[in-house]
Design a protein around this ligand. Structure first.
Ligand code: PDD
Length: 282
């Protein structure tokens, strides 16, 4: 049996997995999510992702009754029955099912949990492949720090990037500073080898991969600074890379047709990628 997902208590083939038409996630994007990668029984930053799921639920007042432990059991079950060795776990919790009404005041509804396991092409190689990116205006709502499924600006940005042959769209705020990627955090490395990423200032998602990279870099005597940087600094940086659960550390070698590091993958980005993997090896 393959392609089994979990929807509201039911393990089912993708084709037969159903979510009610009145699910608030479908109507309003009234739901939160997480993505975690795994490889042969090892989860990358599992605790961090599960903790953030509960933070997201709290921040939009979804009263969810599952414990972290029960989520882990369902996820491990799913991986086993799907017989996947390398892949991703997608967890979504919506506020629940109710007749369409913007307000959820006095709605006595049960949150709806769905989990999908996707088999992926193994991208764990230390030898990172560099990608291209474009920049675009950050036109998202004022709370991009909450990991909700309300992702239309991100969807449009990523598609625009892909249409231009790029992998990622990098958002720039109204003052000209980089916020983050459409589905990643953005980092630069300057000529003093300082590794810089925007602070958690409410304008970006607090990336779980970002946090681990900063920790591992610090433990290895690399200098990490949290501060804002401008779009022009991106072009002039020694190295630029992105981080996310699904891309780990991925070097960016061209932005808006400007080559970074002569279009080559940079050494420090590769080192950080290796450090990240090393910390999750058995
Ligand atoms: N995206 N910023 C945004 C807007 C994101 O969507 C993501 C993750 C990140 C990186 O966060 P983390 O390191 O915790 O994955 C930053 C996931 C992978 C996605 O939407 O598929």
């Amino acid at each position: 049996m393959y392609n089994i997902s979990y929807v509201d208590g039911i393990y089912q083939n993708y084709e037969n997995s159903k979510v009610n038409i009145n699910d608030r996630g479908y109507h309003f994007g009234d739901s939160v999510y997480e993505v975690v990668l795994f490889n042969e029984g090892i989860f990358y930053d599992f605790e961090g992702h599960l903790n953030r799921l509960f933070d997201s639920l709290n921040s939009i007042n979804i009263k969810f009754s599952f414990s972290k432990q029960s989520l882990k059991i369902i996820i491990k079950n799913l991986i086993k029955i799907n017989r996947v060795s390398f892949g991703s776990v997608y967890i979504q919790v919506s506020r629940g099912i109710a007749e369409r009404n913007h307000s959820y005041k006095d709605m006595n509804i049960k949150p709806l949990l769905s989990i999908i396991i996707t088999k992926k092409q193994n991208n764990l190689s230390d030898e990172a492949i560099g990608v291209k990116a474009i920049t675009l205006n950050d036109n998202r709502w004022a709370r991009p720090d909450i990991k909700t499924t309300q992702l239309l600006p991100n969807v449009l940005a990523k598609t625009k990037a892909n249409n231009k042959g790029a992998f990622e769209g990098i958002f720039i705020d109204s003052e000209g500073y980089v916020t983050e990627g459409s589905s990643s955090n953005i980092w630069i490395i300057n000529n003093d080898n300082e590794i810089i990423t925007r602070a958690i200032d409410g304008k970006i998602l607090s990336g779980i991969t970002r946090k681990s990279i900063a920790k591992f870099a610090d433990l290895n005597d690399l200098i990490v600074k949290e501060k804002k940087f401008r779009k022009e600094e991106l072009y002039k940086s020694k190295e630029v890379f992105l981080s996310s659960a699904s891309s780990f550390v991925t070097p960016i070698i061209e932005i808006d047709n400007v080559k970074i590091n002569n279009g080559e993958v940079g050494e420090i980005s590769v080192e950080l990628r290796k450090l990240y993997f090393k910390n999750f090896t058995k």
